[in-house]
Design a protein around this ligand. Structure first.
Ligand code: ADP
Ligand code: MG
Ligand code: ZN
Length: 619
């Protein structure tokens, strides 16, 4: 993004530099120059000395101060130089006669000689000038820091980044997949391009649209693409920026943001991470702690109500926790339109990979579909990262193009955490992990509906998993049948089933499997109507994204029955897994030994050992 960079040239030196310089000058002046000058300039003498100098005709000029308590006079010193002296007034009626007699000029003013003028300048004007200079400098620097330029009073200015049309440079072509979201936003683009068309018919367009979806799905990217498509300025500010500011600044910043936007209409105002300021207001609670945020939110609501929607200012906002937003934000006339931005599906992932692969040099025969298959559940940001990691790996290995192997390797790096080759497992632990992983794979492979295994490894990942079985669905589907779900649960229990069958004991390594199996079973019973209760919703998911907690909506008695059903369902699946493994025990041993030796095996190798005949026929 483009920020104001001109004039920064002479402001490069840090503020403290100037402060130190000015302070040093002031200290030096005060310590040496002023006292010396002034001491030389005005010497205090006694009244008797004054009288004797008058008598000696050394005094040329005498002046009484305005308060008539001091006499300032000019007299020649020993070297014959004229100097300024002062003495306290002593009751003396004959003074005037004596001065007249000695031919001294006298007055009631301070004689302003050249030297004393200099001292006046040095002691008063110069420090003032320095202070004024320093003040200006400080305010300029602060102004710049606040993004407000030269004005010393610009503390409240929003430093929303103003990006002109050509600068965002992002169009819908840069956003792969997300067709529904793009369709919803196209209307806004059209509105920004031809506001008259809509105003003519009297249509009231939504003032704001809320982009809602998990992190990394391209919400920020989409907002910028809308500005890029409509070729209008793009003001963006992040909710977290408000929170970092001084007390009282948030509201001022919102006010200023809308003022700027009104001047630049048609344009887009984008508030990223709006949940940081738009959280539900809860009257009670923290003492004073939330005042700042509430003020900012109230200001935002006021501004949204206040401005004229027909001018062509569209407010976009993004959040990944829509359920935590204050309902006031979602009322008509505010963010009344909601644009879901979901995790990409198989086709979407492939498209995103292709968009980002354009930025790196790829080898000829890259199979993006394979990478897309292996990355179910990955966000756009993670896919972009996979491409970049692959490019880094290619460089590390001294190649100048990215190969399929780089991509496959970086899938694991990004999705499953970096390989921890130096974390040593004992031989016995490795054996257990081998059987555990083969247990999953074998149960999956023997159930017709389960997805074939593409990769099994016992190399530990930093994510904490000791080994993992990568299961990839041949074709992604959203609708899973009851059988498929049950098979999945059986597969999850397969790891522990194998451990128990072979070692007659179980380890703690299966906690994640157990958790997943329980969740699936619970979901089937309480949400998908696949349990004994039929089509009765027992749970509602409060947070749709970010994993979400489900909350029960049934009585404690029913809840007990649900628990019993979950236990029964998982137990049944486990019995199925036990049966499969017992029936195929020789294969279990053969495969586990092979995995132990190779540490990582592919799905093809696995299938080759499982069905030597058909694999041989294929080859
Ligand atoms: P969000 O704001 O939803 O958290 P971002 O818009 O910041 O996500 O996305 C981060 C990065 O991920 C983008 O800059 C882009 O490189 C990549 N990305 C995410 N989604 C997509 C997509 N649909 N198409 C292309 N790139 C994407
Ligand atoms: Mg974002
Ligand atoms: Zn497991």
């Amino acid at each position: 993004m483009l920020e104001n960079n001109h004039e920064d040239h002479n402001a490069r030196k840090p503020l403290i530099f100037y402060v130190v310089i000015v302070t040093t000058i002031m200290l030096l002046l005060n310590a040496f120059i002023f006292p010396a000058l002034l001491a030389r300039q005005v010497q205090v003498v006694g009244y008797s000395d004054f009288l004797s100098w008058v008598a000696d005709r050394k005094v040329s000029e005498v002046s009484l101060t305005q308060e008539a308590d001091q006499i300032l006079f000019v007299a020649k010193d020993d070297q014959g130089q004229e100097q300024l002296y002062k003495t306290a007034v002593f009751p003396d009626d004959g003074l005037i006669d004596r001065l007249q007699e000695a031919g001294v000029r006298f007055s009631a003013e301070i004689p302003m000689r050249n030297n004393s003028l200099l001292s006046f300048v040095l002691s008063w004007i110069l420090p003032l000038a320095l202070f004024a200079g320093l003040g200006r400098l400080l305010s300029n620097q602060l102004g710049k820091r606040m993004g407000g330029g030269l004005n010393a009073l610009s503390f409240g200015k929003a430093n929303a980044k103003i990006v002109a049309d050509r600068e965002t440079g992002v169009t819908f072509a840069d956003v792969a997949g997300e067709e529904e979201a793009k369709d919803a936003l196209k209307e806004i683009v059209d509105f920004l391009e031809h506001p008259d068309k809509y105003a003519g018919i009297g249509a009231r367009l939504p003032k704001g649209a809320l982009l809602v979806g998990p992190p990394g799905t391209g919400k920020t990217l989409l907002a910028r693409a809308v500005a890029g498509e409509a070729k209008v300025p793009f003001f963006s500010i992040s909710g977290s920026e408000f929170v970092e500011m001084f007390v009282g600044m948030g509201a001022a910043k919102v006010r200023d943001l809308f003022k700027q936007a009104n001047e630049k209409a048609p344009c887009i105002v984008f508030i990223d991470e709006i949940d940081t300021i738009g959280k539900k207001r809860d009257g009670a609670g923290a003492i004073g702690g939330n005042d700042e945020r509430e003020q900012t939110l109230n200001q935002l609501l006021t501004e949204m109500d206040g401005f004229d929607g027909r001018k062509g200012v569209v407010i976009l906002a993004a959040t990944n926790r829509p359920e935590s937003l204050d309902p006031a934000l979602l009322r008509p006339g505010r963010f009344d339109r909601r644009v879901p931005v979901e995790l990409p599906d198989l086709a979407g992932r492939e498209a995103i990979l292709r968009v980002h692969a354009k930025h790196v040099k790829c080898g000829d025969n890259i199979d993006f579909r394979e990478i897309a298959r292996a990355t179910s559940g990955a966000s756009g940001a993670e896919l972009a990262n996979i491409i970049n990691e692959a490019a880094l790996r290619a460089v590390r290995l001294g190649r100048d193009t990215v190969a399929q192997g780089d991509l496959l390797e970086s899938v694991e790096t990004v999705i499953a955490g970096y390989q921890r080759k130096n974390a040593v497992l004992s031989e016995r632990e490795k054996r257990i992990v081998s059987y555990h992983e083969i247990g999953h794979a074998l149960v999956a492979a023997m159930q017709t509906h389960s997805a074939p295994v593409t990769k099994i490894t016992i190399i530990p990942r930093t994510s904490g998993a000791l080994g993992y079985t990568m299961q990839v669905d041949e074709d992604e589907h959203y609708l899973m049948s009851r059988e498929e779900l049950l098979n999945k649960i059986a597969t999850l229990t397969g790891g522990q089933a194998a451990e128990e069958l072979v070692f007659h004991s179980i380890t703690t390594g299966a906690s994640n499997d157990i958790e997943k199996a329980t969740k699936l079973a619970r979901g089937m019973i309480t949400r998908y109507g696949m349990g004994e209760f039929g089509m009765v919703a027992m749970e509602t998911v409060t947070n749709q994204y970010l994993g979400g907690d489900a909350s029960l909506t049934c009585s404690p008695a029913t809840s007990e029955k649900i628990d019993a059903q979950v236990v029964a369902m998982v137990k049944e699946a486990r019995e199925k897994a036990d049966r499969i493994l017992r029936e195929n025990e020789p294969k279990l041993h053969e495969l586990a030994d092979y995995l132990l030796k190779k540490e990582t095996i592919t799905g093809d190798e696995f299938m080759g050992i499982l069905n030597p005949e058909s694999a041989g026929a294929d080859a």
